[in-house]
Design a binder for this molecule. Structure first.
Ligand SMILES: NC(=O)C1=CN([C@@H]2O[C@H](COP(=O)(O)OP(=O)(O)OC[C@H]3O[C@@H](n4cnc5c(N)ncnc54)[C@H](O)[C@@H]3O)[C@@H](O)[C@H]2O)C=CC1
Ligand SMILES: O=C(O)C(=O)Cc1ccc(O)cc1
Length: 377
């Protein structure tokens, strides 16, 4: 049974993770893990280099601040989760392994080989260490942005140190599953090569694209549609974190960037002579290659790619309208697979684009129209 804080809500359902859990680094990731575990009734303690982050994380309910409880005796944790920035992750893991000789120590840093090598270089006990990486995050940092549901249905990579004990690996798996994530086992090298392409390259491309907008007059930017917003969302990410991630995974990221450079060179050469024989075919080919890559991205919950169809509904800019639309879709009994909002500032209406299984689309349109919604065909 998980140890529970007296007076906590009954666990729903019981967690496999046993408390007390010590979370070191009470920012976005650490406080989100704390919130998720507290929701399951697990006892969580928080430690952060920043007294403010630690206090805010406690205030939002992510656990108890070790600083504030200095008078009490902070209990010895069975599990330590290190959620600090990548460049201090190895030293923090090594210190936790030393300070808590009976605890399993996990980290959640976005890069895995550099952390593992740093822990190894410090001569720490690798049997009790497991590197992990929840593939879930936000473009904002700090405990204020934390969400207990951040990991629900998201992948969580678990990397055996090469010497991790079965008990340590089980603790990593239990934490991820308790927080609603789906576990994938991978070694650190394969992890880093994978995230270079599926996480680090998107970040770089988004930042490079958004940086092109710096000199653009505002009245030009006001014409931007959802495409620009979609492709630049993660350009709002924390530069401090990304300097560390990119520097720690430079080799695999450079390999991915060389691939992009080849395609860019090819596109530039083609567009410099757009009427040359074969030029249009080459442009179409590049676009088709993009279509093929995108179609390979798995659908919700990591399942096989699945084609959804969209229904676009006009939503008045009145409080409660969107909530009413979602509630009515629920009443109609059609499962909402995805939701996207397009809203132009100053406009009295927005567009809600809901994704549904193709065979339910017609039924949903008819039911919404019957209820008075304007569906954009
Ligand atoms: N931001 C994201 O979307 C994701 C981040 N990660 C990883 O999670 C880790 C934490 O990232 P975030 O929570 O986003 O950052 P954050 O900036 O929100 O939180 C990091 C916290 O660690 C604290 N800290 C820094 N050095 C410390 C030390 N030596 N000892 C104790 N506390 C220390 C900071 O004061 C801060 O509160 C990073 O390693 C990152 O790579 C993993 C998945 C997603
Ligand atoms: O916001 C998104 O889409 C992300 O991909 C966030 C993210 C950032 C860093 C990670 O190591 C993992 C996930």
């Amino acid at each position: 049974m998980a140890a529970r804080t007296p007076g906590a809500e009954p666990a729903t359902p019981p967690a496999a993770t046993e408390g007390p859990v010590l979370v070191v680094g009470a920012g976005l990731l650490g406080a989100s893990i704390g919130l998720g575990l507290r929701h399951l009734g697990v006892e969580v303690w928080l430690q952060d280099a920043s007294p403010t982050a630690e206090a805010v994380a406690e205030d939002i309910g992510a656990g108890r601040s070790c600083r504030a409880a200095a008078e009490d005796r902070v209990p010895e944790p069975g599990l330590v989760v290190v959620a600090v920035p990548p460049d201090v992750a190895a030293e923090t893991v090594a210190r936790a392994l030393e300070e808590h000789p009976a605890a399993v120590v996990l980290d959640v840093a976005s890069v895995k080989e550099a952390v593992l090598e740093g822990v190894r270089a410090r001569g720490a006990d690798l049997t009790r260490y497991v590197g992990t990486h929840p593939m879930a995050g936000r473009e904002r940092s700090g405990p204020v942005a934390a969400r207990g549901e951040l990991f629900t249905s998201m992948p969580w990579v678990v990397c055996d140190s090469g010497s991790s004990s079965p008990a340590a690996l089980a603790a990593a798996r239990h934490l991820a599953v308790d927080l609603g994530a789906t576990v994938t086992f991978m070694d650190a090298r394969e992890h880093d090569a994978t995230v270079a392409l599926i996480s680090h390259l998107p970040q770089v491309m988004s930042s490079l694209l958004a940086s092109r907008l710096q000199e653009t007059p505002l009245h030009h930017l006001s014409l931007a549609g959802q495409g620009l917003r979609d492709t630049t969302r993660i350009a709002a990410s924390d530069p401090g974190l990304w300097v560390q991630i990119l520097a720690a995974n430079a080799g695999p990221v450079v390999a991915a960037l060389h691939g992009v450079r080849e395609d860019l060179d090819r596109l530039i050469a083609t567009l410099e002579a757009p009427r040359a024989p074969g030029a249009r075919l080459d442009i179409a080919q590049l676009m088709a290659e993009g279509n093929a890559g995108r179609a390979r991205i798995p659908g919700k919950h990591g399942g096989a790619p699945r084609a959804f169809e969209t229904v676009t509904v006009l939503v008045g800019d009145v409080p409660g309208q969107l909530a009413r639309l979602l509630a009515e879709i629920g009443e109609i009994g059609v499962n909402l697979e995805d939701l996207r909002l397009e809203h132009s500032p100053g406009q009295p209406v927005g567009l809600a684009e809901v994704s549904v299984l193709p065979h339910r689309r017609k039924e949903l349109i008819e039911a919404l129209q019957e209820r008075g919604w304007k569906v954009v065909q």
